[in-house]
Structure formats: C-alpha cells, structure tokens
Write a protein that binds this ligand. Structure first.
Ligand code: MG
Ligand code: MG
Length: 242
C-alpha cells in the first residue's frame, strides 16, 4: 500500500509542478494516467462505477469528482483539486491536494491552508485505541473555528484491497457509536471544506459535486496507516511533509 500511495504522491507532485493557467483539465488527466502506468500501477478511478477518467479534477466551487474535459480551461485565480487513486499489486492508494493557480484571494488561500491544517490535525489522531470520531472531531473543530464549513454528504473511508472499505471517516462528529482504530488499518482521511454553506449538490453529469452557493471548496486527502509507532502517512509527498 505504501508503493501504491507513493505512485499517487508522484502523480500529485507532477501535477503541482505542471499546473498553470491555459491548460485544460483533460491535459492533467493524461499526465496523471501516463505517470501511473509508467510506474506499473492502474488508475483506480477509471471505470469505477463508470467514472470516465483517471483523475478527479474539481475547480473552484466544484467540491469533488469533477470530470476532466478538453472544454475546461484553468484560469489565473482558480483553485484546482486533484484527486488520484492507484491499484498496485492488488492494493489501493488514494490522495488529493488543492492547488492555487496564479493569484488567489486571501480568503481562498486561507481556505486551503485551514483544510490542509485540518488534515494534519486529523492525522495526529490516527493512533491505536482512538476512535474514528477523534479524527472527525479534529477536522470539524479546526474548520469551524476558522469560519468555514465541512461537507457532510461525502466522507473519507477505509482503504486496502478495495478502494473504499469500512469504516466511513466523516469530517464531522456523528451522534452514534464510532469504531476504534486498530493496528494495520489504513484510512483515507479527506476533509472537504467549503468557504460558505456546507450544502452541496451533484451536477447533471451525475458526478461533479458543487457547493450549493457557488462559493469555493477545498479538498486534501491522505491514506494513513495505524501503526504501533503512530500514524504512517503512506501518501506523503516528501519526508516530514504531508
Ligand atoms: Mg481520493
Ligand atoms: Mg478517498
């Protein structure tokens, strides 16, 4: 799973280095799939429940599951969430990052920062004996303290020999019993954070999730293993970094 996730990390680093105004989201998808296959992995999202591409690309008010398109051009001031999954020797990797392009407003930069911080705080809770709710609480508290909102309708997940496995990892605390984290589990923690309302809707393409008020949304994700030594960020993009 580390290898599967390191290929995802390589894809996200490549996209971060290449993204610029004027590119289409289709071009990002091509680069992502090429890197993945060159490294001996399969793109996990391609064909998953009929998803038509390898990369999810969600621009500005798009929250998650945006479909790459030759008709979607990236502009200066956009924020672009790229979410990629691999299957490598029977195991899955999954990670996402939101990238600012050119000059982005201060409040939107803060949205990205807070979402990434919320993910980092959530990762600190990945310890044997903690509960999923400890992860959820870490995300929700940090996001809401900063005046942003967490999406309820979509959640993180366990991951392993399937892309999505139990348990669900919500980004808010649910009023019900929450599973304990046990050694060897891997969880994909993925805060989706909105600048305005937490409410979202799905476009007619049946995939693209957008904010109900059209305000921007950020998405960061890591696949994290529960180990006796604490959290192991399998999809880490560089040593000591997340
Ligand atoms: Mg993902
Ligand atoms: Mg995921």
């Amino acid at each position: 799973m580390h290898k599967a996730n390191q290929i995802v990390a390589g894809v996200l680093s490549l996209l971060e280095s290449k993204i610029r105004a004027g590119l289409t989201t289709h071009q990002l998808d091509k680069w992502a799939e090429e890197y993945c296959r060159d490294h001996g992995a399969e793109p996990a999202f391609k064909g998953y429940r009929g998803f038509p591409a390898s990369l999810c690309v969600s621009v500005n008010e798009q929250v998650v599951h945006g479909i790459p398109s030759k008709r979607t051009t990236i502009h200066d001031g956009d924020i672009v969430s790229v979410d990629f999954g691999t299957k490598y020797q029977g195991f899955y990797g999954d990670s996402a990052v939101t990238i600012p392009v050119g000059t982005v407003s201060r409040r939107v930069r803060q949205l990205l920062l807070v979402t990434e911080e919320a993910l980092a705080r959530a990762i600190e809770q990945v310890k044997i004996g903690n509960r999923v709710a400890d992860i959820s609480r870490a995300v929700q508290e940090h996001v809401e303290e900063q005046g942003f909102s967490v999406v309820r309708q979509f959640v993180g997940h366990g991951i392993g020999s399937n892309l999505h496995e139990p348990p669900e990892i919500p980004n808010y605390v649910q009023k019900k019993a929450s599973p304990r984290l046990v050694e060897g589990m891997v969880v994909a923690i993925e805060p989706m954070v909105n600048l305005g309302t937490e409410k979202v809707r799905v476009l007619r393409d049946k995939w693209t999730v957008v904010t109900a008020d059209g305000k921007p949304s950020a998405h960061f994700e890591h696949s994290v293993a529960v180990t006796a030594d604490g959290p192991f960020v399998l999809s880490s993009r560089s040593k000591g970094d997340n």
